[in-house]
Design a protein around this ligand. Structure first.
Ligand SMILES: C[S@@+](CC[C@H](N)C(=O)[O-])C[C@H]1O[C@@H](n2cnc3c(N)ncnc32)[C@H](O)[C@@H]1O
Length: 233
């Protein structure tokens, strides 16, 4: 997948992200909860999209910088966050335009599963974090791949393509990389991180019932994404 792939459906994605189950009532609240007190923290939101998490962390007192490989997503983020927001078009697979130890925390929501190689991005994220800083990230839960593709080899790092149609009717294809859990944690360790937390959080208690499939009615959680909090050692 080209790094700026989101350009072709930026508006549709951003609108759905605002109020949809997976972003608004599951991923984002869980990430904000994991981040905890960020007042005064210098935070990099890597793959910030149109900036909803940037906005939430800034509202909690963080000094936030956002990067995204899609110029269209950065344009939407600027509309949301204002002309003075610190936003840059940058590809996580390339060297980042920041000095060493520039950030206390890095958040990477739902981005790394688009990348085949995690070594270079994780090494760069480690570099821009101060020692002892935190990398908080979420990706597709690896077991979900096995549920949808029961004949697939869970243990192989594998590319797969999914089609999605937004509520406004626009369709698009996304190319993901499945990797097993141990490949994720090995990559973290090799890049100089220690795993602090592995989280499979509940969805938000204020999720509108209409957004939940009937089978979730009596439950508080479903398998979808997996979250990590890592320490830069
Ligand atoms: C699923 S969206 C998540 C957006 C945002 N983090 C959120 O949770 O609302 C994935 C984002 O990652 C960006 N992205 C994909 N590959 C990237 C890369 N190599 N470098 C930087 N951003 C990338 C896309 O442009 C898109 O905005």
């Amino acid at each position: 997948m080209k790094a700026d792939h989101y350009d072709s459906f930026a508006e549709s994605y951003s609108t759905e992200n605002e109020s949809g189950l997976f972003n608004a009532y599951y991923e984002r609240p869980a990430m904000i909860d994991l981040a905890g007190d960020v007042d005064g923290h210098r935070v990099l939101d890597a793959g910030c999209g149109s900036g909803p998490l940037f906005a939430a962390l800034r509202a909690k007192g963080a000094i936030v910088t956002g990067i995204d490989a899609s110029p269209a997503m950065i344009k939407l983020a600027r509309q949301r966050l204002g002309e003075n927001a610190d936003l840059h078009v940058a590809d996580l697979s390339q060297p980042l335009p920041f000095p060493d130890a520039a950030f206390d925390d890095v958040v990477v929501s739902l981005v790394l599963h688009y990348l085949q190689d995690w070594r270079a991005p994780l090494t760069e994220l480690r570099r821009v974090l101060k020692p002892g800083g935190r990398l908080l990230l979420s990706v597709n839960h690896p077991t979900v791949y096995k549920v949808f593709y029961p004949d697939a080899d869970y243990f192989a790092v594998t590319q797969f393509v999914e089609e999605y149609t937004f509520n406004d009717g626009q369709s698009m294809e996304l190319t993901y990389w499945h990797r097993p859990l141990h490949a994720m944690t090995d990559a973290f360790t090799e890049a100089g991180f220690r795993v602090w937390v592995i989280s499979e959080p509940p969805f938000s208690p204020d999720t509108p019932r209409r957004l939940l499939e009937p089978q979730f009615a009596d439950r508080t959680a479903f398998l979808c994404f997996i979250f990590f909090v890592l320490e830069a050692s």
